[in-house]
Write a protein that binds this ligand. Structure first.
Ligand code: GLN
Ligand code: ZN
Length: 755
């Protein structure tokens, strides 16, 4: 793999470019403002740039670029394009984008989360008679392009077993069809590809099998063995590095160690338990072990001393050791050098993708015993990390509050007592409400942009927001909703809004991370103790309440979601960080109550999505997650009705945690899963208010009243009318008023009809 005794590599690199050049290029192409050759030229620039950044590594990953998604690339490479896209008769590139984004006539492939990250991939749709063939040459062309620039890469491919495990049977497939049944056919196509890569001179290939850091059946493990036995015995092939990340390989590690692949990459950051098992596994002694010790998922500089010590303990376990990031650097921003304005005490502790490459290189040299200079560099780096930690924002008040917490701080009055105390709200059975946001109109967006540019001042902006809130209140009164919202016009994003108002968070100018396709997010960085210098939402909520006699819901984002969509400090347990955020929200709730708000919603859409990959990690996670929510809401008076909102349609695994939140009302995304969640809730004896979304806000379609009545009747078989709430299944901010008004009118009519 390399000349150094201990080689350095990374498992992947951001594709979007230092300034989101990819986003700009593809969006221009979609808009018809850039032609295909120009798009390819922009892509080639981005690849060349990445290879330059990676030049210091001993082994450079290739084929990490993608126009949209690497899972989609694999689907297309092996010709598993569903018929509905082929029929469009588009060019290969436009067929690819049609699968990603849909067209006027054809829906896109399903988009879903890539393991427990915020990256989303397009789910391959396979049928019983999908036949894989090597239809493209992307990995090969990428390799040649790099070679022409004097760079030798190690093409990265999605592994065949993970590809099949991430795929789903196309609608209409027989029940007994398993995508894994297609493995042998797919392996033939991989064999073709590996042979062609070898002929082109490729020495090493990386095959990613992250599916094996999740709980897998014996059958899946047998498929893994069959796949790598088969690929390893091919007569013509490059050497194989099988990479895992996002957790511990568990039982899959001995399986892989027993095959004849040349190298295995393990994630020692997300799966530190592997470090103890590695020395006990026979078969590794003949392989290269790629130790993922530099965190590829977070933005902190590594403690290189600790990493070097960990690596030293692994030295005898394998034939050769290489050091790496724990996963692809796709999940961190591109370059810290683009952030000169960050607070220097925070900045000193950070490393983005480019800086992490430098870290693995340095670590590799240190472990190779490369001389004194490196040792002093390491010492300097270690000093700086320690210095950084020493100056992490510390707030003794919040620490003292945490230390004094008692279990009763996480408990409200008994539910029955709360129901009585909340009777004063005077709500009818089948009460109607919405999830919080109303359409973010062009005027609202413009006001925000104008404030940022300075073309309007704060007073001008506030006046525009108040006008918008008034309009939202009037729309809801006209529609006849029972519990109103202020509409969230002042929020750019439900996490960023709060992170910008809390101390302990930093914000980057260019710290973008790909979420899906051309969509990027810029997560806040939670770097120190969190405190609330001033109320965050009260003036908007109180203003909204002043406009109407009906109850207005205060609207907050919960601690779990704030953590999930930020980069968070790794120098203390997540539970402590979550509790600090929870205390800030608890104070906000007290302020809202004092201003007369009697209903307050704490959104936790990320509760399900950050569920750990392996089941034995679920309980510790849910314990702190639920505990933080209860700490945030535990100070609310019995008379205050606490709502929560959860997204993502599969709630099965967290159903008892939803009960544990102890919210008075829980609204959930349910329209797409046909209210299944109600049966699950009924099964555990859930006894509080519940609002299963009665229509899907992801579609512009206006649901007719009779359809809503039908849904509600179904819901009424599981939940009595006095506990059943009627609401859309998520916020309305991406919709237009033209759809929202009639949809809400039908919803209110359906509820009234049934009352
Ligand atoms: N209150 C938020 C909204 O309505 C909730 C968003 C979400 O669930 N993701 O926009
Ligand atoms: Zn939602």
């Amino acid at each position: 793999m390399h000349d150094n005794p201990i080689g350095a590599t990374v498992l992947g690199y951001p594709r979007i470019g230092p300034r989101r050049e990819l986003k700009r290029a593809v969006e221009k192409y979609w808009a018809g403002a850039l032609d295909e050759p120009a798009l390819h030229a922009a892509a080639a620039d981005l690849r060349a740039r990445a290879w330059r950044d990676l030049g210091y590594l001993d082994s450079i990953p290739g084929n990490t670029f993608s126009f949209y998604d690497h899972v989609l690339d694999t689907t297309v490479l092996f010709d598993a394009i569903p018929e509905r896209y082929r029929r469009l008769g588009l060019s290969p590139l436009d067929t690819y984008f049609a699968m990603a984004r849909g067209t006027a006539d054809v829906a896109p492939l399903e988009l879903t989360k890539w393991f427990d990250t915020n990256y989303h991939y397009l789910v391959p749709e396979l049928t019983l008679d999908t036949h894989f063939t090597l239809a493209g040459d992307k990995p090969l062309a990428d390799y040649r392009e790099a070679r022409a620039l004097g760079v030798t890469t190690r093409p990265v491919l999605l592994g065949p077993v993970t590809f099949l495990l991430l795929a789903k049977p196309a609608p209409g497939s027989p029940d007994e069809f398993r995508t894994l049944d297609l493995l042998d056919d797919l392996l033939d196509a991989y064999a073709d590809l590996l042979a062609r890569l070898a002929e082109a001179g490729v020495d090493w290939v990386q095959l990613d099998e992250p599916a094996f850091v999740t709980d897998r059946s014996a059958n899946d493990l047998a498929a893994l063995r069959r796949a790598y036995d088969r690929l390893a015995e091919l007569p013509t092939r490059p050497r194989l590095l099988v990479a895992s990340y996002f957790g511990d390989l568990g039982d899959a590690l001995p399986v892989l160690a027993d095959t004849a692949v040349e190298a295995i990459a393990v994630d020692l950051v997300a799966g530190p338990e592997a470090a103890d098992r590695v020395p006990t596994i026979t078969g590794l002694q003949h392989k290269i072990l790629v130790a993922g010790v530099i965190d590829g998922r977070n933005v902190w500089r590594s403690d290189l001393r600790a990493a070097a010590t960990l690596c030293a303990t692994l030295l005898g376990s394998a034939d050769t050791l290489a050091v790496s990031t724990s996963c692809s650097l796709l999940h961190v921003p591109y370059d810290l050098d683009a952030e000169p304005d960050l607070d220097p005490t925070v900045r000193a502790r950070l490393a983005f993708a480019r800086q992490k490459v430098a870290e693995v290189v340095l670590l590799g040299r240190v472990l190779s015993g490369d001389g004194v200079d490196v040792a002093s560099a390491l010492a300097a780096s270690g000093e700086e990390v320690r210095h950084g930690l020493a100056t992490a924002r510390r707030d003794d008040t919040v620490r003292a509050r945490l230390a004094e917490l008692r279990p009763s701080d996480r408990a409200r009055a008994p539910y029955a007592e709360r129901v009585e105390a909340q009777a004063g709200l005077g709500l009818p059975p089948l009460a109607t409400t919405t999830i919080g946001s109303f359409p973010q109109t062009p005027e609202v967006r413009r006001a925000r942009a104008d404030l940022a540019r300075g073309t309007i001042d704060q007073d001008g902006y506030d006046a525009l927001m108040r006008a918008e809130i008034e309009r939202v209140i009037r729309v809801q009164e006209d529609t006849g909703l029972d519990v109103l919202v202020h509409g969230e016009p002042e929020r750019n994003d439900m996490v960023q809004y709060f992170a910008e108002r809390l101390d302990g968070f930093a914000h980057t100018a260019h710290g973008w991370v790909q979420s899906y396709g051309s969509r990027c997010v810029r997560p806040p960085i939670l770097h120190g103790d969190v405190t609330r210098p001033a109320p965050m939402t009260t003036r908007w909520s109180a203003y909204a309440q002043s406009l109407t006699a009906r109850p207005v819901k205060g609207m907050l984002t919960g601690p779990v979601t704030i953590l999930a969509w930020s980069f968070v400090r790794d120098d203390q347990p997540l539970s402590d960080t979550a509790d600090q955020v929870a205390l800030a929200l608890r104070d906000e709730i007290a302020d809202l109550e004092a201003l007369g708000l009697r209903v307050i919603q704490v959104d936790e859409p990320a509760l399900r999505e950050t569920l750990p990959l392996r089941e034995h990690h679920h309980k510790p996670y849910l314990d702190w997650a639920v505990g933080a929510f209860r700490l945030a809401t535990g100070g609310a008076a019995a008379a205050t009705q606490i709502h929560t909102h959860l997204c993502y349609s599969e709630f099965g695994e967290i159903i008892t945690a939803i009960d544990g939140l102890d919210a008075d009302v829980t609204t959930l995304e349910a329209a797409r899963s046909d209210m299944e969640v109600l049966t699950d809730l009924a099964a555990i004896g859930f006894s509080r208010g519940v609002g299963p979304g009665v229509y899907d806000i992801h579609s512009p379609r206006v649901p007719p009243e009779d359809e809503l009545v039908h849904r509600l009747r179904a819901a009424l078989t599981a939940v009595p009318a006095d506990r059943l709430w009627v609401n859309p299944d998520c916020g309305l901010k991406t919709r237009g008023y033209a759809e929202v008004e009639p949809a809400l009118r039908n919803m209110v009519a359906a509820a009234r009809g049934l009352r």
